[in-house]
Each structure stands twice: as structure tokens, then as C-alpha cells.
Design a protein around this ligand. Structure first.
Ligand code: PEP
Length: 256
């Protein structure tokens, strides 16, 4: 399986932006972009309270709804937490885990990310597991070894069958929300390396089928070059997913 046979995935990450009441107008603006390509999978990962409004707005379209986090626990006395079963019950298809903002501000470890990943798989939701280095780590030349440790930690105990349902997102922290995109070569180098790590863990054939996304200041202008790289199968989009420009990125994935 090569890049051509891997479906592209463009996932938006709204972070803590927008309101449920703004969802219908947002969706109208995106739809009128008319580039919501049939051949590209796409999703909007929104804050928990906006999931029902987004589900309603996207009904009948091919764009899926995603969440941005999940509890590692099934149920019980975990005030403020949201379980994978609750997300599945709302019709959520994707969920981001291990985003660098959660790792930094909520001290999420690879072990916790691993537990969340397993909770999602158990509920039939596709995890989008994030990894990526800081600028200090890049400058110190430890990018590849650090990302490898995140991948191995996050996937510990995940079987080959389960791995077929996991999406990986490489997001260099220095490129997130900064307007500073990794060059296509930098992004390809790490995404290709991740595929190699997956090949060691699960075999080359399985690794060739895994969707690996790039995230970090991707926008309507730079998407085409990034998405043309052999190991970049899509994007995780923060800021640009809040604007009609998101449709341009989906369009770029369709052309790539
Ligand atoms: C992100 O938060 O996942 C992200 C990639 O953000 P941005 O596109 O704004 O850099």
C-alpha cells in the first residue's frame, strides 16, 4: 500500500474557540467553499458542548465530528471527565489525544495517552494520537528519538488489528499556532521516520496503511506542498480550521 491508496484525512482542531450557536453559520461558510472533496476524509474536532450542534450541522455531509480529549476511565467518580462511551453515544468518529497543549498544561504522559487511546478503541472511535518535539529538542538534535519514544509509549500494548484504526499526527510544538510551518522536508523526514518506527513495531505492510498527518500552521497556501510529501497523508489544522479556508485545505488534499 502506498500513499495513493491511503485516504487523506484533514482534521480541524477548534481548541477552545467558537460557540455552539455559531456552528450553523460556520458550516454554511464552509459548504459554500465548495471544495469539500469526496475523496478526502475530513473531520472537525470541537469542544464537548459543541458536539451535538456540529453533528446536526454536518448531517448529510461527509465531514465527521471529532472531540479533542477523552477520559482514560470508563465511568465513575471522575468529576469533569467525559468517557469514550459518552462520545460514541453522541456519534463522535474521531478524537484527538496527546495534543502538545494537553501534555504541557495538563501534564499528560505517554502512559495516560496510551490509556486514552485504548479507551477510544474500545468505544469504536478513531484516535488521532499527537506527537512532536519542542524547539529546544529540535536544536539539540533529538527530534527523531523523542518522537519515537512518544510513539512507542502511546502505542504500548496496542495490537496490530487495533493499530489499523489509529491515526498519528506529527505536530512540532514550535510550529503550532506560531505561523512558523515546518518545511515540507522537515515534516516529511519525521513522518517518514514515524512510518519506519511503525514498520518495526507492526511490520512494513501494516505501517504503509497507517494515516500520518502533519500539524503546525498548515493553511490554504502551504497545504499542497506539505500534502504532496510521500509520508504525509493529511493535516491536523488549528487556526485555519476556524475559517472557510479549511475547505481550501480539503481541496488541496484532493488534488494531491
Ligand atoms: C493544532 O493545534 O493542532 C495546530 C496544528 O494548530 P495550528 O494549525 O494553529 O498551528
Amino acid at each position: 500500500m502506498d500513499k495513493k491508496s491511503r485516504n487523506a484525512l484533514i482534521a480541524g482542531n477548534w481548541k477552545m474557540n467558537m460557540l455552539a450557536s455559531q456552528v450553523p453559520a460556520y458550516w454554511q461558510g464552509l459548504e459554500s467553499g465548495a471544495k469539500l472533496a469526496e475523496g478526502v476524509s475530513s473531520a472537525l474536532c470541537v469542544p464537548f458542548p459543541m458536539i451535538p450542534a456540529m453533528k446536526a450541522a454536518l448531517a448529510g455531509s461527509q465531514v465527521k465530528v471529532g472531540a479533542q480529549d477523552v477520559s482514560a476511565h470508563d465511568k465513575g467518580a471522575y468529576t469533569g471527565e467525559v468517557s469514550a462511551a459518552m462520545l460514541a453515544d453522541l456519534g463522535v468518529d474521531y478524537c484527538i489525544i496527546g495534543h502538545s497543549e494537553r501534555r504541557a498544561y495538563h501534564a499528560e504522559s505517554d502512559e495516560l495517552v496510551n490509556a486514552k487511546l485504548k479507551a477510544l478503541l474500545g468505544a469504536g472511535i478513531t484516535p488521532i494520537m499527537c506527537c512532536g518535539e519542542t524547539l529546544e529538542q529540535r536544536d539539540a538534535g533529538v527530534t527523531l528519538s523523542f518522537v519515537e519514544s512518544q510513539i512507542k509509549g502511546g502505542l504500548a500494548g496496542v495490537s496490530a488489528e487495533e493499530m489499523k484504526k489509529v491515526v498519528i499526527a506529527y505536530e512540532p510544538i514550535w510550529a503550532i499556532g506560531t505561523g512558523r510551518t515546518a518545511t515540507a522536508e522537515q515534516a516529511q523526514e519525521v513522518c517518514g521516520y514515524i512510518r519506519g518506527v511503525l514498520a518495526c513495531l507492526y511490520g512494513a505492510e501494516l505501517a504503509k496503511g497507517v494515516q500520518i498527518l502533519y500539524g503546525g500552521s498548515m493553511n490554504g497556501k502551504n497545504a499542497a506542498e506539505l500534502l504532496a510529501q510521500p509520508d504525509i497523508d493529511g493535516g491536523l489544522i488549528g487556526g485555519a480550521s476556524l475559517k472557510p479556508e479549511f475547505a481550501d485545505i480539503i481541496g488541496a488534499a484532493n488534488e494531491g
